[in-house]
Design a protein around this ligand. Sequence first.
Ligand code: SAH
Length: 365
Amino acid sequence: MARINLLDLDLAGLEAFFVDIDEKPFRARQLLQWIHQYRVVDFAEMTNLSKVLREKLSELATITLPEVLQEYISTDGTRKWLIKLGCGNSVETVYIPEGDRGTLCVSSQVGCALTCTFCSTAQQGFNRNLTTGEIIGQLWLANEALGKEPKGNRVVTNVVMMGMGEPLANYKNVVAAMQLMLDDLGYGISWRRVTLSTAGIVPMIDKLREDCRVSLAVSLHAPTDAVRDQIVPLNQKYPISELLAACRRYVGEESKKRHITFEYVMLEGINDSAQDARDLVKLLKGLSSKINLIPFNPFPGTDYQCSSGNVIARFKKVLMDAGMIATIRKTRGDDIVAACGQLAGEVQDKTKRQQRMTMQREAVA
Ligand code: SAH
């Protein structure tokens, strides 16, 4: 019988596991602390468990982490890890220090099945969902690499599910991993500092609202369906009106506490006019929100250009003059190709997307 990887289980999952093997459910709490706070992965070192239980655990279970293939360190302090996942696949995790804050950008899938035209991950196609252990393992490995002491200050103060993949398309594993981030016996990070970013899978936004309280970011990128249909093809399934209705439900009654961050990538000549900004103001009126303008980060093979600094500033001014909160995301780690939309890892594409795109290009040429 294959041994179960305990890194795949959140508190509820671990409690069920211990009940299954005829042990007391409170053992789950001890295990959680050993694994995630003390980063001990050898059962023999778990001194508050009896020798018999330790031996039983090593027969039935493992604590298996993904492997770091390579670490890159940017001149601005940003770090990127290439994480090996077997079968020639790998994903990337990025750590962005800024003042007293440290943000970890975590991947949720090998590649991505969505086909947003301006994202380099999309060009690579899709292989598979990450397991819970592979998702939470990125936080574990970052703490290890950054030398976090068990009772020391947090080095990762914020987590954003904004790496490779669409987190709401890997719902169950992503939610279990986020539960571990939130759990006091796990990483104890406040829900305000755990952010899930989605391209807008509407039914899953509603499900998330019920299952797991975290901050939500939505990749909006355009104020009209005509433009969004083109650059975020998922919009053809869940158009802007339905997406914003789900956002309003997510914000709920407590509008003072919860808000949504809308991400908006600045693509020259596509979505960056003053009229686009005014349309965006109208669209988001009355919705408790913040807009994060992301300068487009180029990658090999893309035809898009980033809007100029002036155009981005003008766009921001229209939003601010209308009373909205808008920020321009600083590009970090671009010398190590760690910026938004540049994460690529290594994807053994099952969708044959690269092949299809080359064929399309050849047919046009
Ligand atoms: N699939 C999720 C999580 C990815 S988050 C989502 O779509 O939200 C990564 C963020 O970076 C998203 O807002 C994405 O739209 C944005 N992004 C993708 N490619 C980019 C690029 N080349 N330049 C700047 N931002 C990009």
